[in-house]
Structures are given as C-alpha cells and as structure tokens.
Design a protein around this ligand. Structure first.
Ligand SMILES: Nc1ncnc2c1ncn2[C@@H]1O[C@H](COP(=O)(O)OP(=O)(O)OP(=O)(O)O)[C@@H](O)[C@H]1O
Length: 778
C-alpha cells in the first residue's frame, strides 16, 4: 500500500496530499472531498486495464476506513463541543479547587503541628513513667499444681494495681512494686492494652525492646506468642502497628518487615529460613559502620497485613527449638527473638526514620538441678543460664551506671545492645508462678525485675535513618561553612560600618568648621561693609577739605583696614600695589612716568638688566613720596594687545603693598553700586544673571588674572602690571567719590596695627613694605 499510494498521487491525485487522509484532519468536508478524489483517481488509474483490480480493492478499503474515520471524527467533534459547552464551569471549578487546596494546605499544617505535639506529649509521658518499665504477670495455678495441693503465695493489692506481696514460709510478706501487675485472671487484651503505648513508639522512630523473663513454665511464651485463640503480644503488636500506620498514612509512609531468630546454645538461627535440607547458616552479630548491631544474612520479610504476619509467626514458632522438661511439656530451649523493622517517611517534610522493635521470649530461668541434670537438656540449661546471667550483668551495669556495659558477653545481649537501656524504650514482663512450690524462683525473678526497674536510663532518642543521617551531617557541615563565611562577611561589614562612622564623624566636624568659617566670613564682610561705608563717609567729608591732606591723614590711618578674612577663608587677593591713578593736576604725566617702567619690564624679562628698572623704581618712589600718595584698588593689566598699542601706561611697582585690585569695568560707575554680598556666589551664577551680582563676583571670586602676593613671588612680577586707562587708549578717570577722594588723600592703613588682632590676608613682606613706605612718607 505504501508503494502504491505515492503512485496514486503521481497519477493526478495530488490533492490528496494537501487534503490528507490522516485522522488528524478534523474537517469532515475535507475528508469527504479527499474520498471523492480517491474515487476519481481510481478511474484514472485503470483506463487501460491491467493491474487495476487490486488497486480498486484497496481504494474501496480505504474508502471504508475513511467512513469509519469520519464517524470517529464526528464523535470526537461532538465530544469537543460538549466539553466546550461545559467550559463555563471551569472558572468556578478552578476557584473551588483553589479554595480546597488552600484549605488542604492549612489542614495539613495543622495536622503536622498536632501530630508532632501528640508525639511529644506521648513520649514525654512514657519518659516520665520511665524508659525501662517492668510489668509483672502471674499465671494461674495449673491443674497439676492444684492437684498437688500447692497454694498461691502471691497476694495482690486491690487498691493498687502495681503492687504485690509474696508470702514467705515464715508468714512474712515480701512487698514488690512494678509499673503494672497483672493478675492470673487478666486477659491477653488487658496485657496488651498496657503494652500498646510503648509498642507504637517504634512508629515515632524509637527503638523498643519487650522481653519476657521468668522461670520456666510461668507463661512467657503464652504472653509473647499466645495461642491461636488468645494471641499474644507479638501478633497484637504487629496488628497495632498496621492499624496505626494506616491511620497515619496521610502523614507518614511506613514499611514493616519482620525477622525471626533464636539463640540456641549461643548460636543464632534464622527461624524464617527452612533449614530442613541443609545445615543452618551461621549468623553472627556485627557492628555496622554507624555503630548499630546487625546480623548480616538474616532474613527480613516485608509484611503488609496481619495475615502475612500470622503466617510468618507460625512458621517461625514451628521451627523453634522446644523440648519437654519436667516443668514444661513444651519448654522453650532457646531465646526467641522477633524483630520488627519500621521504616518511616514523613510525606510532608521528607524526614525518614528506621527503628527496631524487639519482641523477645526468653528461655526459662531454672535451677538445673530442679529440671534436668544430664544430656542435651543440661547443656541447653547451662547455655540458657549463662545468657540470662549475662543479661543480668548488663542490667546490673546499667543500674549502677558503670562506663562499661558487658553487652558482648552473650549473643542475646550483644544483639539487644541497641535496644536495651540507653536511648531506647524497654519493657520487661516478669512472669511468675503463684505456686508455693515455685516460691524461691518467684522471689529470684522478682528481685531481678526490681533491679531492672531501678535502672535510670536517659531520655529515649529518636532513631534516624542512616542515609538520612549522612545527608543531615553533610548539610550540617555545609551550614557550618556558610555560617563561617557569613560571620566573616558580617565582620567585614561591621569594620566598614565603623570606618564609615568615623569618616562621617570627621565630615561632620569639617562641615561644622566650614559653617563656622562661613559665619566668620559673613561677619568679616559685614565689618568690611561698615568700614567701607565709614571710609566713604570719611571720604565724602574730607572732599571738602581735600586741600589739606596732611591734616586728614591721621584720621584715615586710624581707620580699620579693609577686611582681613581668616587664613582658611580668605579670598584670593588681587594684586597689591600702591598704584596711584593718573591725576591730571598732580605729578608728571603718567605716560612719562610709566613708559620707562614698561620698557624696564621687557628688558628685565629678556636680559635681566635691572638698571632701567632701578631707574623707574626711583621714579616711582619719588612719585610715591609725594603728599597725595595713597593705596587704592586698581585695575589689572589689559590684554597684551592693548599694551602693545603703546597708548596704555603700565604701572610697575617695585614694592608689593596693600590691597586688592579691581577688575576693569566697561563702566567706571561700578563703584557707585558697590556693596558687599554676604556670600560670594558661584561664577556661573554671575555669567548670565544679575549684572550687579556679577560685578561683585568679580570682586570676590578668584580670577585667573588675579595675582596674589605669592603668585607675584613666583611669576614675573611685572607681567600683570596695571595700566592706566582702559582699552582703546582712553585714559581712565575715576568718577567714584571714594576713588577720587583716595586719589587726593593718602589713605594708608598699617597691617602692623592688626597683626595681633586677626590674621591678615596681606603677606607680611608686603605689609611691612607698605608700613615702611608709609613711615617714609610720614
Ligand atoms: N496467664 C495465663 N493464663 C492461662 N494459661 C497460662 C497463662 N500463662 C501460662 N499459661 C499456660 O502455662 C503453660 C506454660 O506456659 P508457657 O509455655 O508460656 O511458659 P514458658 O514460660 O514459656 O515456659 P518455658 O520457659 O519452658 O518456655 C502453658 O500451657 C500456658 O498455656
């Protein structure tokens, strides 16, 4: 068919490819069309006869298949429609589901909490009662004893269900107290009701050991195994474990497995292995890597229900070593141990546990002489007594809390090492006979049981699955490592925080300092304004008496100098000079005075020839020595081009004295508007802003044309000499009354006066030079 289908398509039925035969094509019209196409195709294929029949047959087959597919398609389409119709329920359903999920989550959480609380209380209750508990059970007098006229020597206290008394031959009573005392009439159910709490601890992950101890024929096997009619602790325990695990199945998943073995003449025998055809495998107690005692090779049969358990128990009991003794027709000649291994997994948090429950029916303690004295029975009795003695030693060691517990002295104690004392729960049934004939053995057993009851064991410990333990260990290691790293990081963060705090403290100190200094500066400025105002007032008052400068001089010199800000806050100074603006009425023409100086500057720069400089200096000094000499603010040098014109006169002072310079202004009227801003605004704010502010900024902000005394020291001292007059060759004439006044009067202040009062922004050399000058002038 695969060979012919392409042929059909090649012969003109190509539409079949596009329409498709696949059942995936859900379009019924398309399917119908394709069917028609196939039919027409068949007509085309067989026009000349030949091998047309098989093809036609196949086409017919295909047609029928298509019909079937069409029907299926229709069915599916209907279903899809139905589902689509039902889709309106979806949002409500999903909402309801969400709600249910939330509720389920909450319930699970609550259940977990309650469950863990129940476990805690339950185990706390058992611990309070004691992790080693002793129950005493007295069997009824049997027919033989009654026939022999034996009386009961055991008395029970009706008001106290945990006490009994043994009547001695001398009519004295020996008092014993246990965790519970079962009377001869107590049923198996009653016994198990008291046992159950300890049994279910194994589901919580605790190792548990229940053993029956007592004289032969006192009912140990009856208590542990029971009979088919009166099943004992073993069967009931497994029944209870299944029941409890079922009730916890939503929270925990349990796996129960059973092993059965006996210790016969100090040999371990697996009771679940059929040894009838071959000699029994030798089993030994080994210590695992985790420190637990294991019996490698021991069968561990997983059980899922009580029927399986009962079958197993029956099988094991059937192969147990029993023999007839004088005391018991079916006497156990070995210690029979039923081990129930419980593996638990918490379905919510994934925690896993693995614990053991040992149910031990010990061989009867007996006086050799009383039971058998020879043969195999004697040998058995010796081994039994030896192992029971070892058990007694272990219990004595546990009671006396010695560091060494002799678990390895017998196979029995060695196997029970993890479930006897220590961190596990132990329950001992001490079985006694009420018969006066067994009074001695009864007292022995009760004394031994009392010693066991006296053992103070520590709190029971939950047994975690070993693999889980390893995982937890790894996680703990990882956690420790991470904690270390976290601590390191925390230390680093702490040290960085300390450093940050220290820096912040320093910053705060600096900010405070800056604030103080700003305040000081503001104060200084205020003072300066006052001084300037006063100087202006004085100047205006002295304008009228300008013809008597000598008289005014002392008054002015007494005035305070211009503002001298603190060292840290002082503004860069303008060039200090004793330049005197040109006075048309006084002194020689400036052109003559300063032309030489200009020439000298170039010479000094080029050749270092100081002669002309000295000449010009002498001219300057002469000029300065004139009565109208005064220190004023002056304009810095104009651009070099302006100087090159030769129309500008540059002043080249030899001495650097006095006060800040003024920047050249297009209009000389700036002095009229001068006032001191409280704080120098930024340069940028002056550019396109208030021209008044801009003007003041020029006064108080550093400028690259500004020459401080120090700068003058290092650079050519005459390069920035002021010029007389502005650019364009016009002579600058002061119009401001203060300047005019200062031109007329020698306004000189001595920094010496203020040296001790406040730090001067004028360098000492310059100040002293100015003082010298003034002194000479005076
Ligand atoms: N509480 C009891 N009620 C009724 N019968 C009992 C009770 N305890 C023991 N018996 C009977 O006493 C007999 C001896 O009991 P059992 O075999 O259990 O003793 P044992 O301690 O296991 O002896 P051994 O150590 O020799 O195995 C049995 O026939 C048993 O049915």
């Amino acid at each position: 068919m695969e060979d012919q289908h392409p042929q059909i398509c090649y012969d003109g039925v190509s539409p079949c490819e596009s329409k498709g035969y696949s059942a995936d094509n859900h379009d019924p019209d398309a399917v119908e069309e394709s069917e028609d196409t196939v039919t027409s195709g068949s007509q085309e294929v067989s026009p000349e006869g030949g091998p047309t029949l098989p093809i036609l047959q196949k086409i017919v087959d295909l047609s029928s298949k298509i019909k079937v597919l069409k029907e299926e398609h229709a069915l599916v389409s209907n279903q899809v429609k139905e589902i689509k119709n039902c889709s309106f329920v979806e949002p409500e359903m999903s909402k309801a589901l969400q709600l249910l999920n939330t509720e389920l989550g909450t319930l699970k959480k609550q259940y977990l909490e309650e469950s863990s609380e129940r476990k805690r209380l339950y185990n706390e209750n058992i611990e309070l009662k004691g992790n080693i508990r002793v129950f005493c059970r007295c069997r009824p007098l049997n027919q033989a004893e009654v026939g022999n006229g034996c009386a009961s020597v055991v008395e029970f206290d009706a008001s106290h269900d945990n006490e009994l008394q043994i009547l001695s031959t001398d009519s004295s009573k020996k008092h014993f107290k246990f965790d519970h005392v079962f009377k001869p009439e107590d049923s198996q159910e009653t016994v198990f009701a008291q046992t159950k709490p300890i049994v279910t601890s194994v589901l919580d992950g605790y190792n548990v050991c229940i053993f029956a101890y007592g004289q032969t024929g006192t009912g140990k096997t009856f208590t542990m195994e029971g009979t088919p009619e009166n099943r004992g602790v073993n069967y009931r325990t497994l029944e209870e474990l299944f029941c409890s695990s079922e009730s916890r199945s939503r929270l925990m998943k349990f796996e129960l497995s059973v092993s059965m073995l006996e210790v016969y003449n100090e040999k371990i025998r697996d009771l679940l292995v059929d040894n009838s055809n071959h000699p029994p495998k030798k089993l030994e107690v080994k210590q695992s890597a985790e420190g637990t005692q294991e019996v490698p090779g021991l069968v561990e049969a997983q059980v899922f229900n009580t029927d399986e358990v009962w079958d197993l128990l029956k099988r094991g009991y059937s192969v147990r070593s029993v023999g007839s003794t004088a005391a018991n027709e079916q006497s156990s000649r070995s210690h029979c141990l039923l081990r129930v291994t419980v593996k638990g997994e918490n379905l919510i948090n994934g925690q896993k546990t693995r614990s053991h429950l040992w149910l031990v029916d010990l061989a009867g303690s007996e006086r050799v002489g009383k039971v058998e004295t020879e043969g195999e029975r004697l040998k058995e009795s010796q081994f039994i007594n030896k192992s029971l003695s070892a058990l007694g030693d272990v219990i004595a060691a546990l009671a006396s809390k010695t560091s060494h517990i002799p678990y390895r002295n017998s196979k029995l104690t060695h196997m029970l090492q993890n479930s006897l004392g220590g961190d596990c729960k132990t329950l001992m049934f001490v079985q006694i006979s009420p018969s006066s004939a067994d009074q001695g053995e009864t007292l022995c057993s009760l004394n031994f049981a009392s010693r066991v009851r006296g053992i103070e064991s520590g709190p029971a410990r939950k047994q975690t699955d070993v693999s889980e333990l390893l995982k937890l260990k790894q996680m703990t290691e990882k956690l420790k490592q991470e904690e270390k790293e976290t601590k390191k990081l925390q230390d680093n963060v702490q040290s960085l925080q300390l450093r940050l705090t220290a820096r912040e403290h320093i910053c705060k100190g600096l900010q405070d300092k800056v604030r103080d200094l700003e305040f000081q500066l503001a104060e200084e400025r205020k003072t300066r304004i006052k001084q300037e105002t006063r100087a202006l007032a004085t100047a205006s008052s002295t304008t009228t008496t300008s013809r008597q400068p000598r008289e005014a001089l002392p008054t002015i010199t007494e005035k305070k100098p211009p503002l001298a800000p603190t060292r840290s806050m002082r503004m860069p100074l303008r060039r200090i000079t004793n330049f005197m603006p040109q006075q048309p009425s006084q002194g020689p023409p400036p052109a003559k005075r300063f032309s030489d100086a200009s020439h000298a500057t170039s010479k000094e720069n080029n050749n270092g020839n100081n002669n002309s400089l000295r000449r010009s200096s002498s001219v300057d000094i002469n000029a300065l020595m004139k009565p109208r000499r005064s220190s004023v603010a002056f304009r810095p040098a104009p651009p070099p081009l302006a100087i090159a014109t030769g129309n500008n006169k540059t002043l080249q002072p030899r001495r650097r004295v006095s006060i800040a310079t003024l920047r050249p202004e297009p209009s000389s009227s700036y002095m009229m508007n001068m006032s001191t801003p409280s704080r120098p605004p930024s340069i940028s704010s002056f550019r396109g802003g208030n021209p008044r502010k801009a003007r003041y900024s020029n006064l108080f902000t550093p400028d690259r044309n500004l020459v401080t005394p120090n700068a003058m020291k290092s650079s050519s001292r005459f390069n920035k000499s002021p010029v007389v007059g502005g650019g364009g060759g016009s002579v600058w004439k002061p119009t401001h009354p203060t300047v005019v006044a200062l031109q007329k009067k020698a306004v000189v202040w001595s920094p010496l006066k203020f040296r001790n009062r406040r730090p001067s922004f004028i360098p000492r050399r310059a100040s002293s030079a100015a003082t010298d000058l003034v002194r000479r002038e005076q």
